[in-house]
Ligand binder design. Structure first.
Ligand code: NAD
Length: 434
């Protein structure tokens, strides 16, 4: 199969590289000349474990290339994937579809033979039909079908998620498009990974329903954690006891500082908006959005208590600013709520993150960057573990405590035990839900 992939962000790049690894001929396109230049020089512009090596292998095999020119990418393509961003639209929470529609318009003029136009971006119900109309309007003679193929990969584990998915979802309107999609995903089909083939609307809905459900699960345990703190229960024990129930499952039951990232915040908002537009309010999702904001703010209160009621003049070390480990993505990360609150209240904030400084330097003004955790905590009054990178999971706590002005620790990911912290000499500490 020949595939054109529009967008070389987290999803487009991973999908394009993995499709080429399946044996397909893939040309990835982006509008950003700097990204294409970097890719052509053999470097991936994002941090995703294993991605650069997989790219190098497939470029060398002649199956993968990168260009700014969509026309050349679409020459002879069986399918063109739209994997551009769908951020939250300012003001109303709706998914901003302008990049998807602009890509559809460009595609329309370049279709020669039969092509399946596949939307991989997360888009509200009805978008694929809209894409179809845009193409039809711009090119009456075009021979094409549309397909919805939402992506479920997680940043930080993207290659494995793409290569070994829980399922692949494909929404189509006819068998011809279904056959092309089946051929593209044949290597997975052969290895018995389930492929859910459905209509366009259901495919679009599956993605939002799945993300809203996961955001709900996280928020549920975060709310339970807040109650655990008041009643003297330990949320880690509670999660364990709950998660062993097969109907509940133990994943996404780790209490923390609130969900963030490039998907959950924007997709929950978009689902709430879709519900409002159809007069079926998504009350659970709307509450989840609200509670998640409160959870994030609750973390600031927790830190304030550790700082004796005032951040002013305190030195606070923050370990980890990306929304989760193994990614450089900072979109809607809890750090973007917590760190500015500390800076704004007069604290000197020293941050360290194995990959976050590239974006963080613009997104977190007023902080000082340190090379590692030990440098960050030098003379600090409080150390906050915000993202559980491996580097921060096995800290020499004695060394951390010794370097600090007042050894206090806020473990917002519940990595350490009370015993660990006490033994290391921390005079006060806090967890989430314990
Ligand atoms: P991203 O912002 O990282 O990348 C989008 C890329 O598309 C950018 O490089 C941009 O320059 C490029 N682009 C935009 N318009 C273009 C055009 N007309 N032609 C060529 N290139 C164009 O976005 P992302 O994180 O990869 O997300 C893409 C979509 O996938 C979103 O809808 C998102 O919700 C969904 N998704 C993301 C994840 C994730 O973990 N990031 C997971 C599942 C689904």
């Amino acid at each position: 199969m020949r595939i054109a992939m529009i967008g070389t962000g987290y999803v487009g790049l991973v999908s394009g590289i993995c499709f080429s690894d399946f044996g397909h001929d893939v040309v990835c396109v982006d509008k950003d000349p700097a990204k294409i230049e970097q890719l052509n020089a053999g470097h991936v512009p994002i941090f995703e474990p294993g991605l650069e090596a997989l790219m190098t292998k497939n470029v060398a095999a002649g199956r993968l290339s990168f260009t700014l020119d969509l026309a050349s990418a679409m020459k002879g393509a069986d399918a063109v994937f739209i994997a551009v961003g769908t951020p939250t639209r300012r003001g109303d929470g709706h998914a901003d579809l302008r990049y998807v529609y602009a890509a559809a318009e460009e595609v329309a003029h370049l279709i020669e033979d039969y092509t399946v136009v596949v939307t991989k971006s997360t888009v509200p119900v009805g978008t694929n039909r809209q894409v179809k109309q845009i193409i039809r309007k711009a090119n009456k003679a075009a021979l094409f079908d549309v397909a919805s193929n939402p992506e479920f990969l997680r940043e930080g584990a993207a290659i494995d998620d793409f290569m070994r998915p829980d399922r692949v979802v494909v929404g189509v309107q006819n068998e011809r498009a279904a056959d092309v999609m089946a051929e593209i995903y044949r290597p997975l089909f052969l290895r018995d990974f389930p492929i859910v083939t459905t209509d366009l609307e259901s495919a679009e809905m599956i993605k939002y329903a799945a993300n809203a459900f996961l955001a709900t699960k996280i928020t549920f345990i975060n709310e339970i954690a807040a109650l655990c703190e008041k009643v003297g229960a330990d949320v880690k024990e509670v999660s364990k006891g709950m998660g062993l129930d097969g109907r509940i499952g133990n994943r996404f039951l780790h209490a923390g500082p609130g969900y963030g990232g490039s998907c959950f915040p924007k997709d929950t908002k978009a689902l709430a908006r879709i519900g409002q537009e159809h007069a079926v309010p998504m009350q659970i999702t709307e509450t989840v959005i609200k509670v998640n904001e409160e959870i994030k703010r609750g973390m600031i209160e927790k830190l304030l208590t550790l700082c004796d009621g005032s951040f002013n003049g305190k030195t606070i070390a923050v370990l980890g600013v990306t929304f989760k480990p193994n990614t450089d993505d900072m979109r809607d990360a809890p750090s973007l709520t917590i760190v500015p609150a500390l800076v704004g209240a007069g604290a000197k904030v020293i941050v360290t993150d194995p990959q976050g400084n590239h974006e963080g330097e613009t997104l977190l003004p007023g902080v000082v960057w340190a090379e590692d955790a030990y440098k960050a905590v030098q003379k600090a009054d409080l150390c906050v573990l915000l993202t559980e990178w491996n580097e921060f999971r096995a800290l020499d706590l004695n060394r951390i405590a010794r370097r600090m002005n007042t050894p206090r620790f806020a473990d917002l990911r519940n990595v350490y035990s009370e015993k660990d912290l006490k033994r290391a000499g921390f005079e006060s500490y806090a967890f989430v839900g314990r």
